[in-house]
Design a protein around this ligand. Sequence first.
Ligand code: SAH
Length: 252
Amino acid sequence: MLCRALPKAARATALALMLAWAAGALAAGQGPPPREAACHGGQYREERALMVRRQISQRGVKAPRVLAAMGKVPRHCFVPARQRESAYADHPLPIGQGQTISQPYVVALMSEALKLTPQDKVLEIGTGSGYQAAVLAELAGEVYSIEIVEELGKRAAQALAGLGYGRVRLKIGDGYQGWPQAAPFDAIILTAAPPKIPQALVEQLAPGGRMILPLGPRFGVQELLLITKGRQGVISRQSLGQVRFVPMMKSD
Ligand code: SAH
């Protein structure tokens, strides 16, 4: 017999065991996740200043507006509460759903390569935590960002609005399609790696526009590529080195 009722004493023991298990699981942090503790942008100032100096400026990122943006955006408010202490460390961090927020240096390097001005309109593919979008909002006039995982998109929207970046336009959808209604863009940044350059995005780039992306296989090293569209529409490519990003997902 696969299923049978337990005698009364055994039922009581089973219930007690289940309650004990539930209490243990909660104590061990396996229960429902706690509500995120409120985040204050004013915290971690010193850590942020050190991050800018040691990880970014000393490694060659020099654009003053990029250094100022990296010194201003409270990265710890974009990572899950349990990661806050590590928010300014020199590596990527998990943000849930198997995704990561890029290493601070990579965010700065990619942002600098786009040569953004306050007049520019920029599109990001892969909102993730919303951190890169906030950095872009410090540098450009208009920011659009697309995220394919709804849960992440919703959390990013909350974080951005809570920190005064509510003017960043967010969409849940497939970044491969870009955002044709808002095109053309002066700059496009991909923070997930496609196996080949998405043609729709190249088309949505304005003449004189810049696009940066990690290009390459799902598993392994990718090439950080800067693509420039000349005034006459001629495309040029420049490699900025090797990187490792999460793969860009297909919606179908
Ligand atoms: N820029 C983010 C880091 C993103 S990690 C930050 O600052 O936190 C890459 C993100 O790209 C993930 O959130 C992933 O869900 C998203 N992504 C992957 N494929 C996508 C696609 N086709 N369209 C839009 N977003 C995509």
